[in-house]
Design a protein around this ligand. Structure first.
Ligand code: CMC
Length: 436
């Protein structure tokens, strides 16, 4: 952390003593005012629900410039990573800080591949779920349960344990997501096939059956790999902050990542891809493109509680760069599958065009985010809608674990413990029940 020569001075209108606060500069982005000693100096807390102005940690992993619509993993623009690298190279970059050379790529791929199977007991655990359980309910349980199977990688104070837990999580997530899917459709689980790529193996575990040979389509494999890259990390979003907060108590990495999965499920976060596709289905059922005007009217009505899912972002006040890449992939996949005239894609394009010209969206800087098109791509690949968020979780696992390990590796890390502005009752006495 580099201290700036500038300092911030906090003054009080009641004549209280001024407080000088240090300012730190990062390599990119806004400076931060260090308020850690504020309570000791003034007896006051800061108040920032939703972390609108609060940097919760120091990080060197991912940087977003929301105004420019720029996303960098370890300094590399997402567009370059999505077009020049594959997902496992991106994982290496996020975990260790650098893109691998050929030798390191080969050994990292081998390492991950060696851990793709899950303990055979896992399928009995899975059987406890109803067949119609939501895949994110299953994933929250399965990921948390990993800590019961891999006791030799649960000590977060041991760097070796942290490393092996990271590899296990990255390697096993596709297996678990595919198992959750196979369980809900009642098909036999397909074991990982380690001569396939990371994305190819996931497609195989999802769509192959023991009855016949399954051939991975290179276009779908590339599309899925791109989905994974685009979702791999996104700095201090809700689920990543959840993982950090959960991990700050010293819990094991599997438990912390399970907390991230649970947070991601919400429709304001990762659940938006499922919600966006369901929204498109609803508009289509109601009459398609002709009904967009009516739908947009509802979205603009504050009392309706209807949102244009896949639009808007806390940080991006410009087009989400991931949405642009996803739109490209969408066209490629639909072309490959002969679905160029897919009515949902056409509807999404029309909806996007109208929204981008509407004063409501323009004035609020609401642009499509990654989830606007990712659902259409996943649906075209054959992934069922309720599984979309689980695929997001699979891809985000590397980001979560990289951020968790960064935090634990920092000697200054402390348990996360926010304070509050208390608005409840002042102290009072309990009356005997007859007098209440
Ligand atoms: N549709 C309609 N109005 C919206 C939308 C939307 N999708 N998003 C924001 N607004 C309005 C909001 O009502 C508010 O209006 P006003 O100023 O009149 O009260 C204004 O825009 C600012 O919105 P906000 O809710 O204060 O912004 P936020 O930063 O708290 O919320 C968000 C960000 C992503 C939760 C929100 O934009 C949203 O709910 N979007 C839809 C869900 C979605 O697509 N989420 C995926 C995010 S990207 C993937 C990920 O990282 O998980």
């Amino acid at each position: 952390m580099k201290a700036s020569e500038n300092k911030a001075t906090l003054s009080f209108s009641n004549g209280g003593q001024n407080v000088e606060l240090p300012i730190y500069k990062g390599t990119l982005g806004p400076d931060v005012i260090d308020i850690r000693k504020l309570y000791a100096q003034t007896g006051m807390f800061t108040y920032d629900p939703g972390f609108m102005s609060t940097a919760s940690c120091e990080s060197a992993i991912t940087y977003i410039d929301g105004d420019k619509g720029e996303l960098l993993y370890r300094g590399y623009p997402i567009e370059q990573l999505a077009t020049n690298c594959d997902f496992l190279e991106t994982c290496h970059l996020l975990l260790y800080g650098e893109l691998p050379d050929q030798g390191k790529k080969t050994s990292f791929t081998k390492l991950v591949t060696n851990h793709t199977m899950v303990n055979e007991q896992m399928q009995f655990f899975l059987r406890g779920f109803r067949r119609d359980a939501h895949p994110m309910a299953i994933m929250t349980g399965l990921v948390g349960a990993l800590s019961a199977f891999y006791h030799d990688s649960t000590d977060i104070n041991n760097p070796k344990h942290r490393e092996i837990a990271a590899i296990r999580l990255i390697a096993k997530m596709p297996t678990l997501v595919a198992m959750a899917y196979k369980y809900t459709v009642g098909q036999p689980y397909m074991y990982p096939k380690n001569d396939l790529s990371y994305a190819g193996n996931f497609l195989h575990m999802m769509f192959a059956t023991p009855c016949e040979e399954y051939k991975v389509s290179p276009v779908l494999e590339r599309a899925l790999d791109r989905i994974f890259i685009l979702h791999a990390d996104h700095e201090q979003n809700a689920s990543t902050s959840t993982v950090r907060l959960c991990g700050s108590s010293g819990t094991n990495p599997f438990a912390a990542i399970a907390a991230g999965v649970a947070c991601l499920w919400g429709p304001a976060h990762g659940g938006a891809n499922e919600a966006a596709l369901n929204m498109l289905y609803d508009i289509q059922k109601a009459g398609g493109v002709d009904k967009i005007g009516e739908f947009i009217k509802q979205v603009k009505d504050k009392n309706s509680n209807v949102k244009l899912m896949g639009f808007g972002h806390r940080v991006y006040k410009n087009y989400d760069p991931r949405a642009k890449l996803m739109q490209e992939t969408c066209k490629e996949v639909l072309g490959e599958l002969g679905l160029e005239n897919d009515p949902l894609f056409k509807l999404a394009m029309a909806l996007e065009k109208i929204a981008l010209e509407d004063e409501y969206f323009v004035s609020r800087k609401l642009y499509p985010n990654v989830d606007f098109y990712s659902g259409i791509v996943q649906r075209a690949i054959g992934i069922p809608v309720p599984l979309f968020t689980a695929v997001f979780a699979l891809a985000r696992t590397v980001g979560w674990i990289a951020q968790l390990n960064e935090m634990i590796g920092d000697p200054d890390y402390k348990i996360g413990r926010p304070r509050q502005l208390f608005e409840g009752s002042v102290k009072r006495d309990v009356k005997p029940i007859a007098q209440r």
